[in-house]
Design a protein around this ligand. Structure first.
Ligand SMILES: *Cc1c(COP(=O)(O)O)cnc(C)c1O
Length: 488
């Protein structure tokens, strides 16, 4: 169908403005507004629900007529900005969310300006990604042969780890023929993240083939049980191929004994993967590094820059001990992606030879800006400060007979609750919902041994000691109010 309003001759269909001055002025205003937003984040509610009327506007159909960038920006300020998740706020303590940082925020603008595609070809942005990957590999003590990719997050990174392990176990044929008769099985602790069974599902192996190894009282993988499961699977004709240890479980921050798991994996010839989504960053702290000893022995590691690394979403990473495993798992030979030794098609291997994506944005730049701006030391201090906040919370819980700790807190995640002889699960659940709706603080919940816990994960570089007190005081006062409401 011909366009109803063909563009004026000479203007073609370009989306660029007639005058860049207006874009420049608006851009500067946006930047000022956003810097004010982040600088003033502490004074805002952590979270507030999106009102129904505004939600309805966000579900309206695509406009036919342009509204222009000024109006689009006004809508952003009115509909979106006040109702974000809240993880930039120092008292967002739910799940495991990073706070972001100014250097990465500005880095995002730079990356958007370049609009680079990091699938491949010969350009500096690819070198930036490679540099970030090398820095990460060396921080974790992986050898020079290591390679990796910047990805959306650890869900994708864990999936890639599973695919590399599958390819190693079954050889090149698995890529053409699929699993065939193979009965692969893998192992991860009961505390492992849900993206691991999903990775097994997506890899065609099936989530039941991920054996969930029981945990000991400190919520780490029970290594004796792991050994028994492997023996039982071998005796039953299964093919063990992978152990996925966790460095920092989501529920309590437990770190499996990585060195011991590495030994067991080696003994049985299994791929040793580490899900270090947030815990891998412990390697940046001199003081805490011993907790992740053994991570350097991993065949692959998944972790996120967007959690403890404080980089803006999204930015995860997979590292593989030997980059060749990524190439073996993903490289293809296609005519329209031929590599050359010179020109723009040089610089092999390309990221698209090492992973599942062809077009890829320049996520690496915000990571690179962050690592350069703050250095390994600056980020290591953030990790230590978060663990200090966890210690402070544990101390308050231990000191108060109204509160109890539900799991050891070796890292930055604290599971606690208000004691209640009637129905502690309901009370603590209601406290968390009320706390989130109050805008004061936003922890989340989990279950530890079947008991509902208030779960506070300290992942944000902005969180101060007084924020821990504000959290505990609010929990206790809401407990009183909720009890008053049910008995009164
Ligand atoms: C967050 C998390 C994941 C998933 O990572 P995404 O970046 O959200 O995809 C996996 N494992 C652990 C331990 C996590 O904390």
């Amino acid at each position: 169908m011909p366009a109803a309003h063909p563009p004026a001759p000479g203007r073609a269909a370009s989306l660029d403005p007639e005058s860049w001055d207006e874009v420049r002025a608006l851009g500067h205003r946006m930047l000022d507004d956003m810097i004010d937003y982040v600088a003033g984040i502490r004074e805002r509610p952590v979270w507030q629900p999106l009102p129904d009327g505004l939600r309805a506007e966000l579900r309206a159909h695509l406009p036919d007529e342009p509204v222009g960038i000024e109006a689009a920006y006004a809508d952003f300020r009115r509909l979106v900005e006040p109702y974000a998740t809240g993880n930039t706020h120092p008292r967002f303590l739910g799940w495991v969310h990073g706070g972001g940082n100014p250097a990465a925020m500005l880095g995002e603008i730079l990356a958007a300006g370049l609009n680079a595609n990091l699938g491949g070809r010969d350009h500096a942005p690819i070198e930036v990604e490679r540099q970030v990957v090398r820095w990460a590999a060396s921080a974790l003590g992986l050898p020079e042969t290591a390679g990796g990719l910047i990805l959306t997050g650890s869900s994708m990174a864990n999936f890639i780890g599973v695919l590399c392990a599958r390819r190693r176990a079954l050889g090149a044929d698995v890529r053409r023929l699929g699993l065939g008769e193979a009965r692969l099985v893998a192992y991860a602790s009961e505390g492992a993240h849900a993206c691991l069974p999903r990775a097994m599902d997506m890899a065609g192996i099936g989530s039941d083939a991920l054996r969930r190894v029981p945990v000991t009282a400190d919520r780490r993988m029970d290594l004796a049980a792991l050994g028994r499961l492997i023996e039982a699977d071998l005796a039953a004709g299964f093919t063990p191929f992978l152990i996925a240890a966790t460095a920092g479980t989501v529920d309590s921050g437990a770190v499996d004994d990585l060195a011991a798991v590495a030994g067991i994996a080696r003994e049985h010839g299994l791929w040793f993967h580490v899900d270090g989504a947030f815990g891998a960053f412990v390697a940046l702290s001199q003081r805490l590094r011993p907790l992740v000893a053994g991570i350097s022995e991993a065949d692959s590691v998944a972790f996120d820059f967007h959690k403890w690394g404080q980089v803006q979403y999204d930015a995860g990473c997979v590292l593989v001990r030997n980059q060749q495993h990524l190439a073996d798992t993903f490289a293809q030979n296609v005519d329209y992606l031929q590599h050359e030794t010179r020109g723009l098609a040089g610089n092999a291997p390309w990221p698209c030879d090492l992973g599942p994506e062809l077009s890829r944005g320049f996520r690496a730049l915000k990571v690179w800006m962050t690592l350069k701006t703050y250095g390994a030391e600056g980020l290591g201090r953030v990790v230590e400060a978060c663990c200090d906040r966890a210690r402070e919370l544990v101390a308050r819980v231990d000191a108060d007979p109204r509160l109890e700790l539900l799991a050891p807190a070796p890292l930055n995640v604290v599971c606690f609750r208000v004691r209640d002889e009637h129905d502690a699960d309901t009370l603590n659940h209601d406290i968390v919902v009320a706390l989130q709706e109050s805008g004061i603080a936003a922890p989340s919940t989990t279950r530890i041994g079947g008991r509902l816990a208030i779960r506070a994960a300290f992942v944000n570089h902005r969180t101060r000691p007084e924020d821990v007190d504000i959290l505990v005081d609010a929990v206790l006062s809401l407990a009183g109010a909720l009890r008053g409401a049910t008995t009164g």
